[in-house]
Design a protein. Structure first.
Length: 344
């Protein structure tokens, strides 16, 4: 009887050993074999408060992971268990369980982009931010002044304060954080650029530089012309001449602008009417890019005090009103008359 008992215990030990060996081999195969991920890749979002038990079950339910308990074992034995970071992650088709764990503790989440375009108004920026589905929206329905309170700069007018660039951010970034980042980028760029400005500029502050840069931005899309345009405006400011620039008038009209500037617009009372008022308008009129800012701070030398659009995106520059009037006749009045004749 005693011998029979020893034989039974021996058989149980052998069976347990064999089962353990099989389990170990199965676990090792799990470590090396890729997860069930589509050939074009797959994204997974680790939610706030998610544990590896919850993640494992979720992956199993999605058909990505066969043994969720193995994932937890691996995380515990290799030090990943308490290091999981919230966010959206991207995985290729050949991702192994170990690579999956390495990614979700790395914090290398999927990045989305939003480009702030040079020359946009603050309203256009707000529209683009509100339309981006990966941002978290908290500013809907707020006035511009209320937005600036949220961003952290309640005392400032928002126009021109956000640097045009392409910004990358993870899913769930708030609209406030996005705008604050673009504001800080503009502030830092201006702060670095201001001390190196050309001497004797008729600009008293970085705010005035930003305002001039915004006008330069709206007057031309040709990069090589920006310093020339800035030079004209700087010389007019130095001489006490009115800037007489259409983009400021258009900005002041707001929703009343119908696509054309009328005589009543040029004669109307508005702080942005640079045909009536001397000096710069009270705020920027758009978001200037780095090139426009550099042009405002380093205008091109010369004698030109006027410019007129040639109709091909470039401008004709003139030193005197007589030259300017001839240029207006050549590039605007005659082409307009010719177009009218064609329509008749």
């Amino acid at each position: 009887m005693r011998n029979l008992l020893f034989k039974l215990i021996g058989l149980l030990v052998i069976a347990a050993s064999g089962g353990g060996a099989w389990l170990w081999m199965d676990y090792q195969a799990f470590r090396e074999n890729p997860l069930t991920i589509p050939g074009d890749g797959w994204r997974y979002e680790v939610m706030t408060g998610a544990t590896l038990r919850v993640i494992g079950r979720d992956l199993h339910a999605q058909g990505v992971l066969e043994h969720p308990e193995y994932l937890r074992w691996m995380a515990r034995t290799e030090g990943y268990a308490n290091r999981v970071r919230v966010g959206e992650y991207e995985f290729s088709a050949r991702t192994t369980p170990r690579e999956f764990l390495e990614k979700i503790v790395s914090g290398k989440v999927v990045q989305y982009n939003l480009t702030i375009v040079e020359g946009w108004t603050f309203q256009q920026l707000r529209d683009a931010v509100a339309a981006h589905e990966k941002l978290t929206h908290t500013l809907d329905g707020l006035a511009d002044a209320e937005v600036m309170v949220k961003v952290g700069y309640a005392e400032l007018h928002p126009e021109g304060r956000f640097l045009p660039d392409t910004y990358a951010f993870p899913k769930g970034t708030s609209d406030v954080d996005f705008l604050r980042r673009a504001y800080v980028s503009m502030h830092e760029y201006l702060t670095r650029a201001w001390p190196a400005r050309a001497p004797d500029l008729p600009l008293a502050s970085t705010d005035e530089a930003l305002t001039l840069a915004s006008i330069v931005e709206k007057e031309t899309g040709a990069p090589h012309e920006r310093p020339m345009i800035a030079g004209v405006f700087v010389r007019r400011l130095q001489k006490g001449m009115r800037l007489q620039t259409d983009p400021t008038v258009i900005y002041g009209l707001g929703d009343r602008y119908d696509g054309n500037i009328h005589r009543r617009d040029l004669e109307g009372e508005s702080p942005y009417n640079t045909y009536r008022n001397k000096g710069l308008p009270p705020t920027p009129i758009a978001l200037p890019g780095k090139d426009a800012i550099n042009a405002a701070l380093h205008p091109e030398d010369g004698n030109a005090l006027y410019f007129v659009a040639r109709g091909d995106g470039s401008h004709e520059f003139s030193d005197s009103i007589e030259q300017h009037n001839r240029a207006v006749q050549k590039y605007q009045i005659k082409p307009a008359q010719a177009a009218t004749q064609k329509r008749k």
